[in-house]
Every structure is written in structure tokens, then in C-alpha cells.
Design a protein around this ligand. Structure first.
Ligand code: NAD
Ligand code: UFG
Length: 335
């Protein structure tokens, strides 16, 4: 089958492209390189021995999108990764986020309708859940985003639900990712944020290579087992394979609209991550405790049961794997 990946040269898209190719599908990627590099295409080819068809285009440009569908009229499904994802930046530049993250989806739906392409997988996020005292988070828990980035995910989910209600033969899978970390075992693909990273694992990796001095741990007085924040970290390759499970389901049946968490179901604290990283990679990461980061919550982890039951999705990688592969990629790609 032909599968179109928007944002397919980014962190999650590139790992998913590898899995889509390995699953025997023909892969087409659209990416405007706003947060990725063209070299990733060569790396996907190096790993899979197949080169995806690539369009350097903006998904917000409806003419460009129409051209892609015209040249590839029998696309079976679209996996829509393209979007901006930095929470802090979204608070400073909300319009940039609303424009990119919403218009891209609206354009895709319009063009897919025109070309009779009826399967859509969307990159949603755990951030769409309202703050909850109860864990693990299940798919039908109350929703509520707390920043513009999160609202773009929530609005996208609502737009897609409205669209599916109006077009019952259109199939949508909303995948709510928890915290993807780690890298491809080849060390060729990984997460490579520009500037000083906001997220925990990229920051730890830069401390380990000596690019940053130490990790600031945001808060040590949360109501968690060791006082530091707890999250559901999922290995990027496990996460990528979740998309294949969703695709397989779409190949089997008309799914209508389905929502799945992609997480492991296990919460690890910041100290768990640092200690495991230091255990598998050598004692490389020093840390200090600092004040809580505004907007952070104590705990967030998924119930993975629905994805396991309905998609047969089960993660296989350990926290050690996540820490080892993250550092391997960072060493290979040290700037
Ligand atoms: P990423 O920034 O690495 O990848 C996004 C890719 O999309 C980049 O290659 C970028 O160049 C491209 N892109 C952005 N806007 C585009 C546009 N208008 N047209 C064409 N290409 C465009 O991000 P990622 O971590 O791979 O995330 C992928 C998706 O998953 C995003 O929608 C993100 O919001 C979502 N998500 C990510 C996380 C996470 O922790 N990484 C968690 C939950 C959800
Ligand atoms: N943390 C630190 N120091 C750092 C960075 C993070 O202590 O330098 C802590 C945070 O306080 C938190 C944990 O590490 O307890 C994880 O933080 P991340 O920034 O890596 O991830 P978040 O859970 O805050 O958020 C990320 C994305 C969101 C997304 C969410 C779920 O940034 O957009 O995962 O997918 F919604």
C-alpha cells in the first residue's frame, strides 16, 4: 500500500517511515524541513535499503499537497506528523502554532476527500488530557489542554471527530503519544532539537556529551515516590510500531474513529531516568534540584490496555534500551 507521511523526516516520522517500509509499504514523505534535515532521508535509505519518495513541501500549501496526491493518486493512508511541538514557544507565538497545526490538517482532509483517500492517522498527545488525580489515564478520561500547543492537538481531535461524523466511511485513528525517547538501534536516527533542549532526555544527552554542564531537575517535592516528576517514557521504535498496528487495523476493517494511548503503562521519575542513564552509559550526568517548572504536573502515565486489546500493541523495549540508544545517537551526532 502507498502511505503518505507528513513530517516524515522528523523524530517520530523518520522512525515510523522505517517501520512502514519494513512492513512492505511504499512510503511517500512530505516535509518542509522546518525542524528536520534532508540527511535523514539518506539515513532512512541506509537502514531500509529503500528510498522513500520525498517532497520538500509545506502541508499548509494546498496546491503543493494537491500536486502530491495527483502524482500519487492511490494513497491508502496518511499519517500526519507535521506540526510544531514546543510548548513554551506556543505560548509566545500562538498564531504560528494555530496556523501550522490546524491548517495542515484542514488541507489534508480537503485534498484527501478530493482524491478519495479515506484513512487518516493523527499524532495526538497525552497533553490533551485534563489534569487528573487518577492514573493511569484512559482514553475516555476528561480532556482539557493548558497551553496553545495542547489546544492545537485538542482542536485537531475535535475537527477530525466532526469530519468523521459527517463522513462515516472515513477512518481516523487518533494516537495519543506519551513521552517518546530513545533512538533507532543503528544510531542513525534520533531526536536532534535545535538550541538548548526543553525535554528531559535530549537535555540529559547533551550533559553526557559535555555540551551542557549539568541537568536541572525541576522540583523534588512532588507527591511521587522520590519527589521528582513521573512520566510514561516510551521507546521511539515501540511508538513507531504502534502506527503499523493502526495501519493493519485500517487494512482489516473500517475503523470509524478510534482513539488509542501509546505508552507503556509504567511511570518513571526523573531520578529513575538519570540513574538508569548513568548506569548504562557510565556516570556522565550530574544534576541539581531547582524549582518546579511552571505548568508541570506530578504524574502522567497511560493505560495501554485499549491499544493492547484492540490493536495488539505491546511495547518491548526497556528503560535501559531507551537510555542506551539515546546516548548512542547523541554521540554519533555531536555537533
Ligand atoms: P519533529 O519536529 O521532529 O517532526 C515534525 C516534522 O514536521 C519536522 O520534520 C518538520 O520539518 C515537519 N513540519 C512541520 N510543519 C510542517 C509543515 N507545515 N509542512 C511540512 N512539514 C512540516 O516532531 P516529532 O517529535 O517527530 O513530532 C511529530 C508529531 O507528534 C507532532 O505533531 C507532535 O506534535 C506530535 N507529538 C510529539 C511528541 C513528542 O514528545 N515528540 C509527543 C506527542 C505528540
Ligand atoms: N525535566 C527536568 N529537567 C529538564 C527537563 C525536564 O527535570 O531539563 C522533568 C520535567 O519537570 C518532567 C519530566 O522531566 O517531570 C519530563 O519533562 P519533558 O519536558 O521531557 O516532557 P513533558 O512530560 O513535560 O512533556 C512532553 C512534551 C509535551 C507532551 C508530553 C506528553 O513536551 O508536549 O511530553 O507527550 F505533551
Amino acid at each position: 500500500m502507498k502511505i503518505l507521511l507528513t513530517g516524515g523526516l522528523g523524530y517520530i516520522g523518520s522512525h515510523t517511515a522505517v517501520e512502514v517500509i519494513n512492513a512492505g509499504h511504499e512510503t511517500i514523505i512530505i516535509d518542509n524541513l522546518s525542524n528536520s534535515k534532508i540527511e535523514v532521508l539518506e539515513k532512512i535509505e541506509k537502514i531500509t535499503k529503500k528510498r522513500p519518495k520525498f517532497y520538500q513541501e509545506d502541508v499548509c500549501d494546498i496546491n503543493a499537497l494537491t500536486k502530491v496526491f495527483k502524482e500519487n493518486p492511490d494513497i491508502f493512508a496518511v499519517i500526519h506528523f507535521a506540526g510544531f511541538k514546543a510548548v513554551g514557544e506556543s505560548c509566545k507565538e500562538p498564531l504560528k502554532y494555530y496556523k501550522n497545526n490546524l491548517i495542515s490538517t484542514l488541507n489534508l482532509l480537503e485534498v484527501m476527500e478530493k482524491f478519495n483517500c479515506k484513512n487518516f492517522i493523527f499524532s495526538s498527545s497525552a497533553t490533551v488530557y485534563a489534569v487528573s488525580e487518577i492514573m493511569p489515564l484512559e482514553e475516555d478520561f476528561p480532556l482539557g489542554a493548558s497551553n496553545p500547543y495542547g489546544r492545537t492537538k485538542l482542536f485537531n481531535e475535535e475537527i477530525l471527530e466532526d469530519y468523521q461524523n459527517a463522513h462515516p466511511d472515513f477512518n481516523i485513528v487518533l494516537l495519543r503519544y506519551f513521552n517518546p525517547i530513545g533512538a533507532h538501534e543503528s544510531g542513525l536516527l534520533g531526536e536532534d532539537p535545535n538550541g538548548i533542549p526543553n525535554n528531559l532526555m535530549p537535555y540529559i544527552c547533551k550533559v553526557a556529551t559535555g555540551e551542557l554542564d549539568h541537568l536541572n531537575i525541576f522540583g523534588k517535592d512532588y507527591n511521587t515516590k522520590d519527589g521528582t516528576g513521573v512520566r510514561d517514557y516510551i521507546h521511539i521504535v515501540d511508538l513507531a510500531k504502534g502506527h503499523i498496528k493502526a495501519l493493519e487495523k485500517m487494512l482489516e476493517e473500517n475503523v470509524g474513529l478510534k482513539i488509542y494511548n501509546l505508552g507503556t503503562g509504567t511511570g518513571y521519575s526523573v531520578l529513575d531516568i538519570v540513574n538508569t542513564f548513568n548506569k548504562v552509559n557510565g556516570n556522565l550526568v550530574k544534576y541539581e534540584f531547582v524549582a518546579r517548572r511552571p505548568g508541570d504536573i506530578a504524574m502522567c502515565y497511560a493505560s495501554p490496555s485499549k491499544a493492547e486489546k484492540e490493536l495488539g500493541f505491546k511495547t518491548t523495549k526497556t528503560l535501559e534500551d531507551m537510555c542506551r540508544s539515546s546516548y548512542l545517537y547523541q554521540k554519533n551526532n555531536k555537533k
